[in-house]
Design a protein around this ligand. Structure first.
Ligand SMILES: CSC[C@H]1O[C@H](OP(=O)(O)O)[C@H](O)[C@@H]1O
Length: 359
């Protein structure tokens, strides 16, 4: 997508051909800073510190992390260590494991002296495949928005989304936001309710940044507003992303997603989840088995923002003595999901629905 008219991806091969460059998302929306990753440790830190985040982008960064590791040690032991270091960064997004499995499958058969080139090539391919998958998610999801526009006789279609599942969460296009970009670009009148998404505010800081850069009308709301909006008939459909979806259709996504799905069910609002194949965990049949990341409590007790003079600061919003719990994800049961928007089409949120597209 474009920022100030210039095309960007979230991650790309460095000009030296043996590094990776990323947008440091911890600096958005106040600054656009590009960071060069040169080592396995730098790639792992980029994931764990959330300089890069979003399931598909975590996978893409891990793929480049393996390539950077091969420069240091292209032996089987080096490959195994790279996977261990990267797998330990964040537990919920299954794209991380998917990408590591892809890299091992590609590199294992290669002689050590061919693994650096092979790893960078496969990492670049994973990125290109993600861009194409998300573009197709946009195409398939646009039809759902178009149907609401037709029902509303051209009036604005109001879509609620949670966290950031836009191009900043992938290599490009995004998952939940891709259908919105496609519909907007086709001239369909859309408006997006953007959940701020505590505690790290990926909605207020990243989704609002993306939509604003593309010119898509949007309104940031406090996380607890969605139910009220749905009761008032101000939400036509919800589209969110996912970090891991099980074979039976249960969805792990940013904390608060489950509550939105409950409100949507109670108000008869469609609740779609957008995902590429790399986010499906075929080894699990029950969302309760998905590992839920718990992050540092300071993300709950502190907020980062920009002062009027432009300085960015982190301040406490709670008494120092108070404890805080920081569950980064929750699980929405398949029964609350209207359907999945995938690169292969729209399908019911069930094992049968997923198998229709991926068997
Ligand atoms: C397209 S995956 C987006 C997904 O990832 C976000 O989590 P995080 O920012 O912590 O990586 C959130 O759950 C989004 O829906």
């Amino acid at each position: 997508m474009n920022i100030d008219g210039k095309p960007y991806r979230t991650i790309w091969l460095g000009s030296d051909g043996v590094s990776a460059e990323i947008i440091d998302q911890t600096k958005l929306p106040f600054a656009l800073e590009i960071v060069t990753l040169r080592t396995l440790e730098e790639a792992a830190h980029a994931i764990s510190s959330m300089q890069v985040r979003g399931a598909p982008l975590i996978g893409a960064t891990a793929a480049y992390g393996v390539a950077l590791a091969m420069r240091e040690d292209a032996s089987d032991a080096g490959l195994a260590r790279a996977c261990d270091v990267l797998a330990a960064t964040r537990p919920t997004a299954v794209n991380l494991r998917w990408a590591l499995d892809e890299m091992v499958a590609h590199l294992q058969p290669l002689p050590a002296d061919a693994r650096v080139a092979g790893a960078f090539a496969r990492a670049a391919e994973i990125c290109d495949q993600d861009v194409e998958a998300c573009r197709k998610i946009g195409e398939h999801g646009m039809g759902l928005i178009e149907a609401h526009a037709e029902r509303k006789k051209g009036e604005t279609v109001n879509i609620l989304t949670h966290c950031n599942a836009g191009w900043l969460a992938t290599v490009d296009w995004g998952t939940a936001l891709a259908p919105i970009y496609k519909a907007f670009d086709k001239g369909i009148s859309v408006h997006v309710w953007v959940d701020e998404t505590r505690p790290r505010n990926q909605g207020a800081s990243l989704t609002a940044f993306e939509l604003g850069a593309h010119g898509v009308p949007h309104t940031i709301v406090a996380d607890n507003t969605g139910g009220h909006l749905m009761q008032a008939g101000l939400v036509d459909l919800c589209i969110v992303g996912t970090d891991r979806t099980t074979a039976n259709g249960d969805v792990a996504n940013k904390i608060g997603t489950y509550l939105k799905a409950l409100a949507a069910k109670d108000n008869g609002v469609q609740f779609f989840v957008a995902l590429p194949h790399s986010t499906i965990d075929w080894t699990l049949d029950d969302g309760r088995e998905i590992p839920i990341e718990q992050r540092d409590a300071s993300e709950v007790t502190h907020m980062t923002g920009q002062l009027p003079d432009g300085k960015v600061e982190t301040v406490a919003i709670a008494p120092p003595a108070s404890r805080a719990a920081n569950y980064a994800f929750d699980v929405t049961p398949a029964r609350l999901v209207t359907g999945f928007i995938t690169e292969r089409g729209v399908t019911p949120a069930s094992r049968e629905g997923l198998s229709l597209l991926y068997s």
